[in-house]
Design a protein. Structure first.
Lengths: 223, 228
């Protein structure tokens, strides 16, 4: 079977899987961004309970494997009467795992805002909430976006794992087609290529564009 | 299904899980050793003065880095037999992990080498040191502490990615948990134990790496004792 014939026969199925992969990517990215912002700021709180909660959360999710968390969400939570759909379990597990990594980036970003900005806001008698919202947070984006972009590419790769809890994504389809046709080189090769194309020609340029946008907002120029 | 944690069951399966943990540690160790060497090869490809080698090297690294480890595992495991090379799941897993993380480690090495100030090279040049001597005595000792945090992080990273090996049938910790869980139809205890074992290994490892980083920096005179 030529590669072209393989593509015409199985290409549409793989594209359907790709759509699911992109759905997981988008949902998990939204979730992880929200979690990183919340826990990153909690980690900087002076209240020991809030800070402790964030630290435990971050250490827990960074200390265990994503696959273990995924299986825990999918197979163990039903024991506690909470049954998640495979797609939801996948998104939640990935979002929470990457949120822990993202929180550390946010924390580093807040600490990297020049001290003069804090002092300026203090001198102008801003309340702590207003200081954060109006002065500090807008300035962290150009700092955190480059590492966050790397993390998001990692997240795209991590979405492949949801196939193992029966989400019908690109990896799942590739595995299915492989078990029917045994044309392993073609189907896994195509899957690898699709991931590569998503990452190299869509995700990375988009994140790069965000970086430029964020830098321009605070009056910086990206090389 | 009842949500009760059964201690008797947990204790019954614990020895089996601990035994499988040894396999996980072994896999992470071998994978890391291979990755460290592969990383050096990629670094070499990057630093050769031949342009075409650099470009090919960069594309390969870029490709490996932006595709999922899971599919790479499947690719190596299922495709090589098509070409008449049949390797065991263990060998396939180790090769794939080595290649995948080798690309990351090559970046760590590169960053470390570039972190050594250019004046160091110039001074060696002025003192008429050979390239080999410059690397051995001046550059590498200074690049090493810069590389340690990154290298340590990827050691923990490889350790946390070893559960993926279970998908091609390597009998490591996660594989054991799935097998036990499927046999007794109880997933609560096995998967929770796996999580706890991972936490108990990776948190001390992270602390240990931070400590080595500090010690190396101290020995290099980068930070002083009072700063600790």
């Amino acid at each position: 079977m030529s590669y072209f014939a393989f593509l015409t026969e199985h290409g549409p199925t793989m594209l359907l899987g790709t759509v699911t992969t992109i759905k997981v990517l988008i949902c998990a990215t939204i979730l992880y961004v929200i979690i990183s912002l919340i826990f990153g700021l909690m980690r900087l709180s002076k209240n020991p309970i809030i800070q402790g909660t964030a630290t435990v959360y971050i250490e827990f999710f960074r200390g265990t494997s994503l696959l273990v968390q995924l299986f825990w969400f999918y197979y163990v939570l039903p024991f506690f009467g909470l049954t998640l759909e495979a797609f939801t379990a996948g998104v939640v597990a990935i979002g929470m795992n990457f949120g822990a990594y993202g929180a550390e980036i946010v924390r580093g970003g807040v600490l990297a805002v020049p001290k003069g900005q804090w002092e300026g806001a203090f001198a102008l008698n801003f309340t702590p909430a207003k200081r954060m919202r109006k002065i500090i947070i807008p300035q962290i984006f150009p700092i955190i976006l480059p590492p966050a972009a790397n993390l998001t590419v990692e997240l795209l790769k991590a979405t492949a794992l949801v196939a193992l809890v029966t989400v019908v994504d690109l990896t799942f389809e590739a595995k299915q087609i492989n078990s029917i046709t045994w044309l392993s080189a073609q189907c896994f090769g195509t899957a690898l290529l699709i991931y590569y194309i998503i990452s190299r020609f869509f995700l990375v340029p988009f994140l790069r564009w965000l970086e430029v946008l964020a830098a321009r907002k605070v009056g910086k120029e990206v090389k | 299904m009842n949500a009760e944690w059964r201690w008797d069951f947990a204790i019954e399966i614990l020895p089996q899980m601990l035994l499988a943990t040894l396999n996980t540690i072994l896999a992470a160790g071998i994978g890391y050793a291979i990755a460290a060497i592969v990383g050096l090869l990629f670094l070499l490809g990057q630093r050769t003065p031949i342009k075409i080698v650099n470009i090919i090297n960069r594309e390969i690294v870029e490709f490996i880095r932006s595709t999922p480890l899971l599919i790479q595992l499947f690719f190596v495991y299922f495709v090589l037999p098509q070409f008449g090379i049949t390797l065991s799941a263990w060998v396939c897993g180790m090769i794939t992990i080595g290649l995948h993380f080798g690309t990351y480690l090559s970046e760590v090495y590169r960053g470390a080498l570039e972190g050594v100030p250019k004046t160091q090279w110039e001074a060696c040049r002025a003192l008429n040191f050979s390239t080999f001597y410059t690397y051995r005595k001046i550059v590498l000792p200074q690049a090493f502490p810069i590389a340690i945090p990154g290298m340590g992080n990827y050691l923990v990273g490889i350790f946390k990615d070893t559960p993926l090996l279970s998908t091609i049938g390597v009998a490591e910790l996660f594989h054991a948990a799935t097998a036990v869980g499927g046999y007794h139809y109880r997933y609560l205890e096995p998967y929770t134990i796996v999580g706890i074992i991972f936490l108990m290994l990776s948190i001390p490892a992270a602390i240990w790496i931070r400590k080595i980083e500090k010690n190396v920096n101290l020995a290099q005179g980068k930070i002083k004792k009072e700063q600790l």
